[in-house]
Design a protein around this ligand. Structure first.
Ligand code: ADP
Ligand code: MG
Length: 691
């Protein structure tokens, strides 16, 4: 029998991982012991940075960056455009003797003053007070971004106005993480746990995307300008065979994925899984989860790296939520959990009754929070792109509900039905801490249709759009859960003050809250009409479009929630409403203008030319029948174009959407009749199957 020879050394470290990150490990080689300890504490504990060490840290970072070939640094921030922003400054300044000196001060590291007048501020800042400030967020380490061989030191920063008003997505994320931590510490204390450690939210965002061959872009003005196809007919074969999901990855795509992974690893992004998704040309990448703020920054880097590496490989990476009509769109599964001050995942059912009580209290807080603020959660995924996806038969619907799985739902049903009953899997459940039995590790099954699903040790918010920053949805999740934990704690404290024993108090609070908010729990098929009807009966809110969904951001009760936990001031929140509503309208109007141009200058001419050809081809019945059909479609297309023009002139996005759909319907039918070589746009079949 052949024996397998064991290699003596197996490489179990990934060489290159984090090479471009000024991580705690790297710092050790560049800082004095004192500065190192101080900065490491800032990173690990989330303490404020000690200004006394800023100069030394900056100098160390500069030395490291120069060694890595960087000549410039930038404060890397996330304005309300939803993208990342950077403005490069070189380290060098004249030395007065005809040469230059590399300098980088503590002040340059910790604070920048970009002219902010061209970033959306939603009325937070008038142009005359255009100054914006960026400030280092030391909890997200500096990194070196290499693009085409150009290395730049990037320093993650927040971005705010003169009076400290948040002009970005990171500031509220940090604030909401802070609020969440406070409430979890409070709950830990109530549970008699050591609350001295740090509590923080964790995030693992799964990212979906499409690849098409780059050559098609030049001939698709819609892709170039709007990120999606405004016209295009489904080919005979698309995703019916269900053979793409987890299918064999084509060599060219695999080469791309391998380079994406290695670029991300250099940046310290723990990219973990890669696979083909449901639609042809669609793929997914997912990292190992990290602390939420870092994971959010890393997801921004994932999107950037995907786009850049795609270009190198002759692909275009499409991150739009719905690049192709009739074919699955792309989302971002936002896996959210929380690590308590005891260092444990509080959404992980544990081995002891005590752990399980903690777990159920956390689930209860989430259920109560999500039911109370479902509209807010819905608003955070409201974008023009996501409107095409949410509610289509592929992505969670616009009605927010929670999936808990059969067993957990059963336990909760028993809690509010009156306590001690037998669980589905045997054993006795009582409400009090000491009598909640161990729950099995895998207490959930899979449900792909729910917007917010409990998946064993985390909640997966599946409605997030592929192109969105994770920040917005997580600011809302954090704040909603903060409110939930606050509510649970306050209710328990009140009962304790009334003389209840802890277990009794906890039991009654959970029972009461689960009962009050059970309408938001739904384990069935969220795509079915039956659920839509049921949701309406339950009185669950359902905002089908972005403008409707965004309304909640302008409401006083929403402002009160954010103000209470110090996440947004009233003005900051209103500015978000205004910016997102404006972005929505602009997006639709750009699409409308682009569609009009394509319809009039490319598609209608092709249709009209073919109609003329057919008329010249004689009067035989099938020929004139076809000529009539083409002629009718041309008329429909041109009529829709006229309506589109009117909607654009009157700045009416809703009407523009209707006219665009009518133009598309006519054009997509024409596409099936006009000779292939005369059709001016690359077809879905050409674009979707190259990868
Ligand atoms: P899937 O949901 O596709 O089966 P996984 O169960 O592997 O995939 O998890 C998906 C994502 O959830 C991964 O990014 C993973 O790291 C992340 N995840 C796992 N545990 C947690 C947690 N405690 N907090 C946040 N994200 C988590
Ligand atoms: Mg998942």
């Amino acid at each position: 029998m052949n024996k397998l020879t064991q290699p003596t050394t197996l490489p179990n470290k990934l060489s290159g991982f984090g090479d471009n990150v000024f991580s705690i490990g790297t710092m050790r080689n560049y800082l004095s012991e004192g500065a190192y300890r101080s900065l490491a504490a800032t990173l690990v504990q989330g303490d404020a940075i000690d200004p006394a060490i800023a100069d030394e840290v900056a100098d160390a970072m500069k030395t490291w960056a120069l060694e890595k070939g960087a000549t410039h640094f930038t404060h890397w921030f996330q304005p309300l455009t939803g993208a990342t922003a950077e403005k490069h400054d070189s380290f060098f300044s004249p030395d007065g003797e005809g040469g230059v000196l590399a300098r980088f001060s503590g002040r340059e590291l910790t604070q920048g003053e970009p002219d902010a007048s061209s970033f959306p501020s939603g009325g937070l800042r008038a142009t005359f007070e255009a100054r914006g400030y960026t400030a280092w967020d030391p909890t997200s380490p500096a990194f070196i971004k290499e693009t085409n061989g150009v290395a730049v030191l990037c320093i993650p920063t927040i971005f705010c106005g003169y009076h400290g008003e948040a002009l970005d997505k990171k500031t509220p994320l940090l604030r909401s993480g802070h609020a969440l931590a406070q409430q979890f510490k409070r709950m830990a204390k109530l549970f008699g746990l050591d609350a001295s450690g740090r509590a923080y939210a964790t995030l693992g965002p799964e990212q979906e995307y499409f690849l098409i061959d780059r050559q098609h872009l030049a001939r698709r003005p819609d892709f170039c300008q709007t990120g999606r196809t405004l016209f295009g007919r489904l080919p005979a074969r698309h995703q019916q065979m269900e053979d793409h999901y987890f299918g064999n990855i084509k060599p060219r795509v695999l080469a791309f994925m391998a380079e994406v992974d290695s670029e991300l690893w250099k940046l310290g992004v723990p990219a973990k899984t890669r696979h083909n998704e449901v639609a042809p040309g669609q793929f997914e990448i997912a990292p190992v989860f990290e602390e939420q703020n870092l994971a959010t920054d890393h997801n921004m880097l994932v999107m950037t790296v995907l786009r850049e590496v795609a270009e190198k490989h002759g692909f275009a990476c499409l991150l739009h939520e719905k690049p192709f009509a009739g074919i699955n769109g792309s989302g971002k599964h936002n896996n959210w959990s929380v690590t308590g001050p005891d260092g444990k995942n509080w959404l992980s059912p544990g081995d002891t009754p005590h752990d399980n009580a903690k777990f159920l209290a956390t689930v209860c807080a989430i259920v109560a929070g999500v039911d109370t603020y479902a509209e807010l959660l819905r608003a955070t995924v409201a974008t023009a792109g996501n409107d095409h996806r949410l509610g289509a038969n592929e992505a969670p619907p616009a009605v927010i509900s929670i999936f808990l799985g059969e067993q957990l739902s059963d336990i909760i049903a028993q809690l509010h039905n009156g306590g001690a009953k037998s669980s589905k899997h045997g054993g006795t459940i009582q409400v009090g801490v000491s009598t909640i039995p161990s729950l099995p590790r895998d207490v959930t099954d899979r449900n792909r249709t729910s917007p917010l699903a409990f998946t064993g040790n985390k909640f997966e918010f599946r409605a997030v759009g592929s192109n969105q920053s994770c920040a917005g949805p997580n600011v809302a999740l954090n704040t909603i859960v903060t409110w939930g934990i606050d509510t649970v704690c306050s209710a328990i404290e009140k009962r304790l003050a009334g003389g209840d024993e802890f277990n009794t108090a906890l039991g009654s609070v959970l029972k009461q809250l689960f009962k009050k908010h059970q309408r938001v729990i739904f384990d069935g098929d969220n795509y079915s009409q039956a659920w839509r009807d049921e949701a309406a009966r339950r009185g669950l809110p359902c905002a089908m479009t972005t403008p409707k969904a965004l309304e909640v951001l302008a409401r006083a009760d929403t402002a009160a929630l954010f103000v209470k936990y110090g996440v947004f001031s009233e003005r900051e929140l209103l500015s978000r409403h205004d910016i997102y509503a404006d972005t929505y309208e602009k997006t639709i109007m750009i699409e409308a203008e682009c569609a009009l141009r394509i319809a009039r200058t490319q598609l209608a001419p092709a249709g009209l030319a073919y109609a003329a050809e057919l008329r010249a081809a004689g009067q035989a019945a099938p020929v004139s029948k076809l000529a009539k059909r083409v002629g009718n479609l041309n008329v429909k297309l041109l009529a829709a174009a006229d309506k589109l023009e009117t909607a654009i002139a009157k700045e009416q996005p809703a009407q523009a959407l209707v006219a665009m759909a009518a133009a598309r319907a006519a054009a997509d039918e024409l596409e099936a009749l006009v000779p292939a070589e005369q059709w001016p746009l690359p077809t879905y079949a050409e674009m979707l199957f190259a990868c």
